[in-house]
Structure formats: structure tokens, C-alpha cells
Write a protein that binds this ligand. Structure first.
Ligand SMILES: Cc1cc2nc3c(=O)[nH]c(=O)nc-3n(C[C@H](O)[C@H](O)[C@H](O)COP(=O)(O)O)c2cc1C
Length: 151
């Protein structure tokens, strides 16, 4: 029997969406997981209500922060808040296995900072991170971690 898992993500310029799609394809070949993608931006755009997921999920979150240094300023999240609202909806947070952050290393201390903030706020782990669209080795590493979590 296939085990169901959701990938809950938000993507503004398409990088995270590309990663989630390639990861889904990888896991469809390599695992027995049935993956359902939830792009929170689409729910918001189509005015669809948030809902409680009926299986575990992994979140994928790019970093969009106000300019700063990520230490004493520059940790204010912009644009991606709907993902946190979906996670906070009903009992969803308790089903989150962890979060995969994405970003750009040029942002130094702000690199993937929002994923770390979500992990602290909701009490789930940061599973991994990747830059921009992610490379094939990122896909395989994250994919293997998810397979282990679902064993
Ligand atoms: C306005 C803006 C702010 C950003 N701030 C950060 C940041 O603080 N830290 C970081 O690691 N990446 C930052 N990035 C880079 C994005 O997280 C990165 O491009 C990511 O791949 C975008 O994902 P998406 O295409 O799925 O929306 C920023 C990008 C933009 C456009």
C-alpha cells in the first residue's frame, strides 16, 4: 500500500515549485509514497479555504525578508505568510514532519532564516535547505531523508 504524504509549499518566482516538482518525480520512481502537492499561493489566488490535511506533510519555504543583516535587523518576513497560516490552521502543525528552507547564500545570515523561524515557532525540525532551484544532489538528499521519515 502506498503511504500518503503532502508537500505544502509556497513559491513566488517558481524556484521552490520547480524543486517540489522534481522531488515528487524522484520519489515517484524511488519510493512507495503517494505525494499530494499543496501550493498555498494557489489556494489564496483562487480564494479557496484552508483545510486540515489527512496525512503527514513536509513544508517547503523560500526566504523573503526585508533587507538587513539577519541578526539585529532584516528578519521580517514578507510575502510568504500564507504558508504559516496554512500550517497554523486547525491541527495541521502537528502533522508537519519538518520544513525544507530555500534561499540564496548571498543573503549571508539571512540565508533560509524564515524556515528556522517556523521550526522554532511550530516545534518541528528544519530538515534541510537548498539554494534557488536546487541541484540534483539536493533533490536526492532531501528525497532520501523524506523516505527515512516515512519508513
Ligand atoms: C525581495 C527578496 C528578498 C529575499 N530575501 C532573502 C533572504 O533574506 N534570504 C535568502 O536566503 N534568500 C532571499 N531571497 C532569495 C529567494 O529566497 C530565492 O530566490 C528563492 O529561490 C525564491 O523562491 P521562489 O522562486 O520559489 O519564490 C530573496 C529574494 C527576493 C526577491
Amino acid at each position: 500500500m502506498k503511504k500518503k504524504i503532502y508537500f505544502v509549499y509556497i513559491s513566488l518566482s517558481g524556484n521552490t515549485q520547480s524543486f517540489v516538482q522534481r522531488l515528487t518525480t524522484f520519489l515517484q520512481f524511488q519510493s512507495n509514497l503517494e505525494i499530494e502537492q499543496v501550493h498555498v499561493k494557489d489556494l489564496v489566488k483562487q480564494n479557496l479555504p484552508f483545510y486540515e490535511v489527512d496525512a503527514p506533510f513536509v513544508s517547503f519555504l523560500p526566504t523573503y525578508l526585508e533587507a538587513g543583516n539577519g541578526i539585529d535587523n532584516g528578519d521580517v518576513e514578507i510575502i510568504t505568510m500564507p504558508l504559516s497560516e496554512f500550517i497554523a490552521y486547525g491541527d495541521n502543525a502537528s502533522k508537519c514532519l519538518g520544513i525544507v528552507g530555500s534561499g540564496n547564500r548571498n543573503f549571508n545570515n539571512q540565508y533560509c532564516l524564515t524556515a528556522k523561524q517556523y521550526a522554532q515557532r511550530f516545534g518541528f525540525p528544519v530538515l534541510d535547505n537548498f539554494e534557488l532551484r536546487g541541484m540534483q544532489n539536493d533533490i536526492e538528499r532531501v528525497g532520501r531523508k523524506i523516505m527515512e521519515l516515512m519508513e
